[in-house]
Design a protein around this ligand. Structure first.
Ligand code: XIL
Length: 350
């Protein structure tokens, strides 16, 4: 048989349906794990961004509006309007919300830690922490399925816990106290610990120690979030795989909670501060796609141990890594909302 007509059909079909970015993240992955994205209050997104969000994601994380500085800027004064809009949007569209975050050293007003201009004592700070947790979780009961109860509590250096104001004022048991208060405030919500660089040592062992200590103290912790803010050429694949296994072996849900890939090269003397101001070089987009593809190949292999993968931003212009004089390209969608080669690689990953 002459095979050339068949070949022609295949070639024409290939041109008509180029193998890029077919399907959505949701179609591709939601049967294996939840797919999430961090967003501002949804009314700050354009209609096109909202459409992109709804087509691709099952879960959202508020990027800022549920943090302590947003929800309790002054003691006892709760400002939930933005977060309410986010939670209501999620409910209307069947998205699950991960509350982020209740106890953190950053984006937390100083009133928590001061008493008439002096450092506040343990009892007062503990009371404020518990009241903050109770008020916020009670307010969002039924609309927020899970919470990052404590964020980034582990020390980057030689110590065990970060010497934050929480740790200094309350003592090392503040984490257990926070989880206990959370379990009491909303018994239905899942409770997570979230941090960066815990896929690697020395922080992975510190995270495992924390999990063991909480469990030994009879404190409920349901999951652990590995943030996954990485630089191009530096994704720690092997360590990530090991960490997923180690956390899963502790009986916890494991999530990749803030995925992005900073593509701006480290600044050398004399180098441009904003090297990709006009555009991202195609070679960089290609490497980004390859690395996202390899990451999702790993995620595919480990999928039975992973409950959610969340990107930290909807598209490049929305990323926290992009700012004035710092034009970055860390996410699968570009500023024009078009899929980048990275999305194609993520969808094609085996
Ligand atoms: C970032 C937000 O994306 C920024 O908009 C904000 O200015 C600072 O915080 N780890 C976290 C997130 O847990 O809450 C941080 O989000 C990024 C690092």
């Amino acid at each position: 048989m002459n095979r050339s007509p068949l070949l022609l059909v295949i070639l024409v079909a290939g041109l008509a349906f180029p193998a890029h970015a077919q399907g959505t993240l949701k179609d591709r992955y939601a049967s294996q794990f939840d797919v999430g994205v961090a967003i501002p209050p949804p009314d700050q997104l354009t209609p096109a961004e909202q459409a992109l969000l709804l087509a691709n994601f099952t879960n959202i994380t508020p990027e800022n509006c549920m943090k302590p500085e947003s929800t309790e800027p002054r003691e006892g004064v709760f400002t939930f309007a933005e977060a309410d809009r986010l939670a209501d949007f999620a409910k209307a569209h069947g998205l699950k919300v991960n509350g982020h975050c209740l106890v953190w050293h950053s984006q937390t007003p100083d009133w928590f830690f001061t008493d008439n201009g002096k450092p506040a004592g343990r009892d007062l700070v503990l009371k404020r922490m518990k009241e903050h947790i109770a008020a916020e979780m009670t307010h969002f009961k039924g609309r927020v399925v899970s919470w990052d109860v404590v964020n980034e509590a582990l020390d980057d250096g030689h110590g065990y816990l970060r010497p934050s104001k929480w740790e200094k004022c309350i003592g090392p048991d503040y984490i257990a106290q926070a989880f206990r208060a959370a379990a009491q405030a909303d018994p239905q919500a899942e409770l997570y610990y979230n941090d960066y660089a815990i896929e690697r040592q020395p922080k992975r062992n510190k995270a495992l120690r924390l999990i063991r200590e909480l469990k030994k103290a009879g404190v409920r912790i349901d999951g652990i979030g590995i943030q996954c803010h990485w630089h191009l050429d530096s994704i720690p694949y092997r360590q990530l795989d090991e960490a997923i296994r180690a956390f899963h072996a502790q009986g916890l849900k494991v999530m990749l909670t803030e995925v992005d890939l900073d593509v701006i090269p480290g600044r050398k003397a004399g180098a441009s501060a904003d090297p990709f101001a006009k555009a991202c070089p195609p070679q960089v987009l290609k490497r980004e796609a390859e690395q996202y593809g390899a990451l999702f190949a790993l995620i595919n292999r480990d999928a039975p141990m992973i409950s959610r993968v969340t990107f930290w931003g909807l598209q490049d212009a929305r990323s926290w890594l992009t700012g004035p004089g710092h034009t970055n390209y860390p996410l699968p969608w570009g500023r024009d909302l078009q899929p980048k080669p990275a999305l194609q690689a993520i969808l094609n990953a085996k």
